[in-house]
Each structure stands twice: as C-alpha cells, then as structure tokens.
Design a protein. Sequence first.
Length: 443
Amino acid sequence: MRREPSILHLDLDAFFAAVEQRDKPSLRGRPVVVGGTGGRGVVATASYEARAFGARSAMSTAEARRLCPPGTAFLGGRFAAYRRTSEVVMGLLRELSPLVEPLSIDEAYVDLAAGGHDLSLAAVTALARDLKDRIAEATGGVTGSVGVATSKSLAKIGSELDKPDGLTVVPPGAELDVLHPLPVRSLGGIGPVTAERLAQISVTTIGDLHRLSLVDLTSLVGQAHGAGLYRLARADDDRPVVADREAKSVSAEETFARDLTDPARLAAEIEALAVRVGSRLQRSGTSGRTVTLKVRRFDYSTLTRSQTLAHALDEPRQIAEVAQRLLAGVDRSGGVRLLGVGVSGLSPYAQGDLFAERDPEPVALVVDEASEPETVEPPPAVVAWYPGQDVVHAELGAGWVWGSGLNRVTVRFEGPRTAPGPVRTLAADDPDLAPGDPPDWTG
C-alpha cells in the first residue's frame, strides 16, 4: 500500500453516447443508446438520460427499446470517432506521467508518483480538477470521472462514487471508511451470482465481507477468488500501474452454487457470459478470432475447448453461438460447477464490423447440362446505411443517418459546431450521398 494518494483512475462518462451527443447537437439532453441496432443487438453504452429509464450496458437492444420513451436515438457504433477522442484523452494522461495503464478505450490508471507531482491531498485534488477541465476542453465537452487513492482498487471505486463528472480523492488512512459502507458489488470480481451467494449469509456490504474469515470466504467462493476478495475488503492492494498494458484476451466466468445439468440453464449462462465478454471487447475497441470455453465439472476436472475463426468478432450473439457449439462437445452429464467464455487473438476493432454484410458470392448460372457453368457477378447492392453513420452529401454537406429502409435513407445535416440541423429523406442509392469521416469537434 502507498502512503500517498498517487494512483489516479479516469473513467469517461457514458463515453460512446457522449461522443454521439457531442457530434450530433440534436441529441444533446436526449436519451441515446449505442450498440447493435438489430433484433438481437446488445447495448454498448447508454447515455445518462437513457439510464434514467433503465437502459444499461450489456442489455439487449430490444429490452432497451421497451424501456426507453419514443424519441430515444438508437445508434450503431462509430469506432473511428471514439478512438480519435480516446487518443486525445490518453495523450493528456501521458503528459501527467510516463506510467499510464489503459484498461479500455475510455478508462485508464495513472501513476502520479512516477510523474514527480506534489502528492499532498490538496495538490492531488487540484491536479485532478485541472485534468477534468482539460479533458472537457480538448474533447469538445466529453466529461470524465476521476478517483485518486493509495491503490488501484480504491482509485477505481472512487471514480464510480460521484458519476457523472465526479471527483473523489480518498485520503490515506480513510480507505476502510470509504469501502465498508459500499455494496459488495463495488469490488471488482463480485458479479451477480457471487453477490447472491453472499447475500444468503447476510453479507451485503464490503464491511460485512471484511468480517468473514479467510477460511469462510474461500470455502464459499473458492481459494483464489476468496483470497483476492479477502485482501480487497481490507484495502490491501499493491498492484503497480503497468504502462501501456496490452490485453491478450478477454474472458468472463461464473461459478454456480449448485451443479448445473439443465441444457436451457447452461445455454442461458453461456449467453450471459458472451454478453459480458462482447461488451468489454466493444468498449476496448478490439475484436478476436479465437473463442474459448472453460468447463469445470462436478468432479472438479476442468476442460477447455477453443475454436479459431476466419474472421474476428466482438458480437455477443456470435460469441455465444461458437461457445454453445463447443459446449455441445463436452460431457456434462454429471453437472457443471463453472463456465467460462473467452476471446483471444485480439486486434484493433475495424469500424463497421458490427454492420458489415458479406460480399455477395458469384452465382454459377447453368444454361444446360452440356454447357460449362458461366460465372456471373450479381448486380451491385444498395448501400446499407446504419443509424448514426457519418455521411456527406455533395450539395447538403455533412450529416448522419437518422434511419433507413424501403430504399430510402433519412439524414440529419448537422455537426458538433452547428445548431441542430435539417432532416432530409433521400434515395438510398443517391449518387451524391456517400459515407463520411467523423466530424471535427475542435475549433
């Protein structure tokens, strides 16, 4: 444990949705949901206006549509815009210290001690306020919440305490005072299943968790997990900030209170794990080609099965489909104690992966049995516009797709430095309309 509050954690607020509201002035102050817009899509980020109605990350888009009022904007992702904004923010963090550890496209740790800063409580608080102001100015109004503490876990918790646009500095010696009143879900590594298991023994806060012995905790959730939670409940976290850490895989797993045998329940658990993994991939701007399934059976034997695909993916639905196929090849007749789903072979996310359609295959046209097949190319398809996409029109200028269908596309022509703009409906194959670049918010 450090003696000064020298670890800073930054978490940009509702990042994808905030960038959309910055670039689309007609959406400011309105509920915005970013993610897969199809029938089986998943929410990547919901604006705070949408969260007021119950929308949240990793929820199905269909459920978010049921919860949110008419007029909510459901948009596909624009990862080039998010990455450009993230690079600006990460550049500001690297001005503070050579030790910056990005966790995702919108989240990072900073080691202030490595930057040679005054680490008194007043100085660190002033530094964090200045950082927040600089981020908002440099990004055109995107805000971030900051936590500063003596450890990574406390800094991360601090950044969550006063969202959005919050700032919490945990004074040395006050760690347990901050931790103990919080719900157990505030600790990293405690998911819904573990929280439910703890609630069955009346452990609902971190203070309650602190009162459990190491033996009781490890018997309840396992040796490795229990030992980690035991330390975190005591603010015992000496992990260093690792500069530019690059994740090699993204995974999630769940241990069950009772061994599972029901195929429907196992399928539902796979779906839930795939949503967690896919959402993390989308937030980090990466995708991967290898899906791995981990199964711990009733007798504690552990099996892993993997499949490497020809293309990278980050969609929870696709991850779940591969994991389900892998599970079908595992003997689970005696029951399953643990399931895990992971994606590896990571690479930078390519804008449009969520919405791209495969190129049409050449069609073999057989004239008669005696003739050779003639390969002909199909006619060009109408461009598939997706909600939120940046476009540019030769006469009307830059804008974004409001909606499309029936060979029509509706576009609102506006940008981050304009007033809310006019809406026009055009032919989907209008030769003057083309995909555009993310707008410039600076200046």
